[in-house]
Write a protein that binds this ligand. Structure first.
Ligand SMILES: Nc1ncnc2c1ncn2[C@@H]1O[C@H](COP(=O)(O)OP(=O)(O)OP(=O)(O)O)[C@@H](O)[C@H]1O
Ligand code: SF4
Ligand SMILES: [Mg+2]
Length: 329
C-alpha cells in the first residue's frame, strides 16, 4: 500500500499518515514503531481496510481494495484481521468464548453445525494455549485474565484463515511475562500458518523482540522514517530518530545501558501535526540538524546499499554515495 490519510480536526486538517508505503511478504514479522500520535493505528486501520485512505491505494493481489466488491472484497476482509489493544473492549461481554469464536466460523461457512463448531473452537483454543479448552468454552470475557482475553482475540482472528494479522498494541496492556508469551505465540502462529503479522507498538524493546527475524518500520509524525531488518534498524540505526529510540531502550544489564551511545535530542517536544516544521519534520529535535538543508528540503524515504530505506539527508549522504541511491521515489 501507499497511502495518505487526513482528518478534519477543530484546529484544521491534519495528515495523520502521509505517504506511507509498505509491501508485505508472506509469513513476515513486521513492526511499526513510534511515539504516540505518529499514525501507527491509522496506518494499521488502513492496512486492514477499515479506514479509507484520503489518497493512495491499498492493493491486495494487485487489485485496489477500495474498488473491489462482493466476493473479492469479502475475501480481502477475511484475509486481513485486526487484533486490538484492549480485548475487553473488542470482545462482547455477554458472549461466551464459544459464541465469540464460533460466530465467524458459521458466518464464513467453515462449520455447519454445533458439533463441528465445538470441535473447531476446541482446536483454536488449544492452538492459542487456552487449555484445557473445555474450561474456556463457557467462560465470559470478565472471567478471563487480560492475557487470556488477548488469546481469545488472537483465536478469533485466526479462525478465518487470515493471511495478515494486524496486532495494534496487542501486548501493551498485559504484564511483561505475559507479553513475552503472547509475542512468542504470535511468532509461532506466523510459522505454523504462514501468516504475516504486523505488530504495532510504541515500545522499541517489544519491536526488537518480536521482529528479531523480521522488519521494523519507524514512524515519526505520519511518515515512515526508517524501514529495514531489525538487525539493521536496532543494531545500527541510520535515522537519528531511530537512534534516539534505540538509546532509550532500558537494558536489563546496567553495563549494557552504560555502554550504549547516548543520543541527546535538541528538544523533547513533539511538534503538532497542525504546525509541522518545514523540511524534515524532525529537524527541531535532531542532533544532526544542518541549517539550510534539513529545514528546507523534505527528505524522501530512500533505499541505501545495505538494503534498508531511510528518510534523512545526512544518513543518506553518509551511507550512500549519490550514485548508489536505490529506489528514488
Ligand atoms: N478519527 C480521527 N479524527 C481526527 N483525528 C484523528 C482521528 N484518528 C486519529 N487522529 C489523529 O491522527 C494522529 C495519529 O493518530 P493514531 O491513532 O494513528 O496514532 P498512534 O501512533 O496510533 O498513537 P498511539 O500510540 O497513541 O496509539 C493523532 O494526532 C490523532 O489525534
Ligand atoms: S534530515 Fe536532517 S533533521 Fe532530519 S533526521 Fe536527518 S539530519 Fe536530522
Ligand atoms: Mg494507536
Amino acid at each position: 500500500m501507499n497511502v495518505t490519510r487526513a482528518f478534519k480536526t477543530p484546529g484544521g486538517v491534519i495528515k495523520a499518515v502521509d505517504g506511507v508505503s509498505l509491501a508485505l511478504g508472506q509469513s513476515e514479522a513486521i513492526c511499526l514503531v513510534g511515539e504516540s500520535g505518529c499514525g501507527k493505528t491509522t496506518t494499521g486501520r488502513m492496512l486492514a481496510g477499515l479506514l479509507r485512505p484520503t489518497s493512495g491505494q491499498l492493493l491486495f493481489e494487485s487489485k485496489d481494495v477500495w474498488t473491489t466488491k462482493g466476493k473479492e472484497l469479502a475475501r480481502f476482509r477475511r484475509s486481513v484481521q485486526l487484533v486490538h489493544q484492549d480485548p475487553y473492549a473488542s470482545l462482547n461481554p455477554i458472549r461466551t468464548v464459544y459464541q465469540t469464536l464460533s460466530a465467524p466460523l458459521f458466518r464464513h461457512k467453515k462449520v455447519s453445525d454445533r458439533r463441528g463448531a465445538i470441535g473447531a473452537v476446541t482446536e483454536l483454543l488449544q492452538r492459542v494455549g487456552l487449555t484445557p479448552p473445555a474450561d474456556f468454552l463457557i467462560k465470559y470475557p470478565h472471567q478471563l485474565s487480560g492475557g487470556q482475553r488477548q488469546r481469545v482475540s488472537i483465536a478469533r482472528a485466526l479462525s478465518v484463515d487470515p493471511r495478515v494479522i494486524v496486532a495494534d498494541e496487542a501486548v501493551s496492556m498485559v504484564d511483561v511475562s505475559i507479553r513475552i508469551s503472547l509475542l512468542n505465540l504470535l511468532l509461532a502462529l506466523r510459522d505454523e500458518f504462514r501468516v504475516t503479522i504486523v505488530l504495532i507498538t510504541h515500545d522499541l524493546a517489544v519491536a526488537r523482540y518480536f521482529a528479531r527475524r523480521g522488519r521494523i518500520g519507524v514512524m515519526y509524525l505520519g511518515r515512515v522514517v526508517e524501514l529495514g531488518t531489525s538487525e539493521l534498524v536496532v543494531g545500527d540505526p541510520a535515522h537519528p530518530y531511530s537512534a534516539a529510540l534505540v538509546a532509550a531502550i532500558p537494558e536489563a544489564d546496567p553495563s549494557l545501558t552504560r555502554s550504549k551511545e547516548r543520543v541527546e535530542l535538541r528538544s523533547a517536544e513533539v511538534p503538532s501535526l497542525l504546525r509541522l516544521p518545514s523540511g524534515c519534520t524532525f529537524h527541531p529535535r535532531c542532533p544532526l540538524f544542518e541549517e539550510g538543508l534539513c529545514d528546507v528540503r523534505v527528505p524522501e524515504l530512500l533505499g541505501i546499499p545495505d538494503g534498508r530505506e531511510v528518510a534523512c539527508h545526512v544518513a543518506v549522504r553518509e551511507r550512500a554515495p549519490a550514485a548508489e541511491l536505490i529506489g528514488v521515489r
